[in-house]
Design a protein. Structure first.
Lengths: 300, 177
């Protein structure tokens, strides 16, 4: 204990007594907005120390956790890595399911908008084993009513035609195969010409005269002249036009994603059917110019 | 309470410390509090008199012991708080009278406060100081606006000083020596 000089004892006593009474007052006084004065004082007096203490404790804890207590960090990292991989896998699966749902929704919408056309949805179960051909195999066959030369499409556009039919499966020749193709026409000018594969991802539109005006970006749709595909199904987009003699060399990018087909639609008819075009431009063009007005040649 | 008186040696000055009859201080304190509580009921203007303050000052000046003075002031003040109703927090008068008790005892130990004129002046000053402490408490702790100085305070201080000067002559008779 610190000894207080006798001459200061009364002063110390005064200070103590006043302090006690001030505290007594503070306990009783209640400010409307901030509660009792003693609380305000207590919090005001202690909060700097509490803040400092919290900062100090946080700093010590941070140093300890980040520099010393790393024994379990490696284990946690490993567990988190495994969990992360599992989550990535889950995300991938969910994305796949989501895209599949989108595709199925598109198929359903397409099916509903063409209810008058008999069609069958099919799942792609295999593709050509080599690069020499571009074919796919679907899980529908003869038992489902599929026959040779039936058109195969997706909501995006034409895919190909059925070339072999088995009991429960069928083989489809894609438009991009060297032997594949479809009767087509340019949407804006209605110039007709067969579109055929070259073995590459791109297709060529043939027999378009040099004097015809063809622009890149122009849409190409089926003409219906091949007796396989209905009219006005999207085939692709002109991506390159070169002059030639006597015909232009027109490169067309397929409208359907032929390199990643998972579900397709088989049109269950071998008689020509009419599709209502869904593309505004083609609709406008159909109204503007008579169909097949400038047909020159066709090689399905 | 001690019944005898003795001399307090403070430097070159010899000041007599007065003692009172047994129970005199207690009785006077109680009576002052009772008067303070009852008189305004019948005579509202009497409220201007602060009899407990006059008692605190008197015994502080007479006893000349700061510790005793401040403790007596504290007790009287807290009692006055308790008698003042729930709107006056405990410690309000307690703080003010503790301070006055201490100062009165300290001054009484250094000066001769037996002369009526000195007593008048001291009472006047202590009354003003007492009110100043109360105003300070109201402003700082209770957050209540209160004027510092006004004519009413000056008049009240004069009345209390006059009454105290007369009353102290009667209190002097309670001394045992």
């Amino acid at each position: 204990m610190v000894a207080i000089p006798s001459k200061h004892k009364s002063l110390a006593l005064l200070g103590g007594v006043l302090l006690v009474q001030v505290l007594l007052l503070a306990v009783q006084i209640k400010r409307d907005s901030r509660g009792r004065l003693i609380r305000v004082w207590a919090i005001t007096a202690t909060s700097p120390f509490e803040r400092s203490g919290a900062f100090g404790v946080g700093w010590v804890r941070g140093v300890w956790n980040h520099y010393f207590a790393l024994r379990s960090t490696s284990r946690e990292n490993e567990a988190l890595r495994v969990e992360n991989d599992a989550l990535k896998l889950t995300i991938s699966q969910l994305e796949t399911k989501a895209s599949e749902a989108d595709r199925l929704a598109a198929l359903l919408k397409f099916r509903q908008s063409h209810e008058q056309v008999p069609m069958l949805g099919a799942r792609v179960i295999a593709a050509s084993a080599g690069t020499a051909s571009r074919t796919i195999e679907i899980d529908r066959g003869e038992r489902d009513g599929i026959r040779r030369n039936m058109a195969v499409i997706t909501p995006d556009g034409a895919v190909g035609k059925v070339i072999e039919v088995y009991r429960d499966a069928a083989q489809v020749l894609l438009l991009t195969d060297k032997d594949g193709g479809a009767g087509a026409m340019l949407v804006s000018s209605r110039v007709q010409g067969p579109v055929g594969g070259t073995g590459d991802p791109m297709m060529m539109m043939k027999y378009v005269a040099t004097d015809e005006e063809v622009k890149t970006g122009e849409k190409v749709v089926t003409s219906g002249m091949d007796k396989i595909f209905p009219r006005d199904i999207p085939v692709g987009t002109v991506v390159e036009v070169k002059a030639g003699n006597p015909f232009k060399q027109i490169k067309v990018q397929p409208a359907a994603h032929l390199d990643r087909l998972e579900t397709v639609i088989v049109l269950l008819t071998q008689t020509p059917v009419e599709f209502k075009s869904e593309t505004p431009s083609s609709t406008q063009q159909s109204e503007a110019s008579p169909p097949a007005a400038t047909a020159k040649s066709e090689k399905p | 309470m001690n019944e005898s008186s003795y001399e307090l040696r403070s430097g070159e000055t010899h000041i007599e410390v007065h003692k009172f009859f047994p129970g005199a201080i207690l009785v006077v304190c109680v009576l002052s509090l009772v008067f303070q509580a009852m008189a305004p009921v019948y005579f509202p203007k009497v409220a201007v008199i602060d009899l407990p303050l006059l008692v605190t000052i008197y015994f502080g000046l007479s006893r000349r012991n700061p510790s005793t003075g401040l403790l007596l002031g504290m007790i009287i003040g807290l009692a006055q708080d308790a008698l003042s109703g729930p709107t006056v927090p405990l410690g309000f008068y307690g703080i003010a009278k503790t301070l006055i008790g201490y100062l009165a005892s300290s001054i009484g130990a250094r000066l001769d406060t037996e002369h009526p004129a000195a007593r008048f002046a001291l009472i006047y000053g202590f009354f003003v100081l007492h009110q100043a402490v109360l105003v300070l408490i109201r402003r700082l702790l209770l957050a209540q606006p209160e004027p510092w100085l006004n004519a009413h305070l000056a008049i009240a201080a004069g009345v209390n000083a006059l009454l105290g000067t007369v009353l102290y002559l009667a209190f002097d008779r309670l001394r045992s020596s």
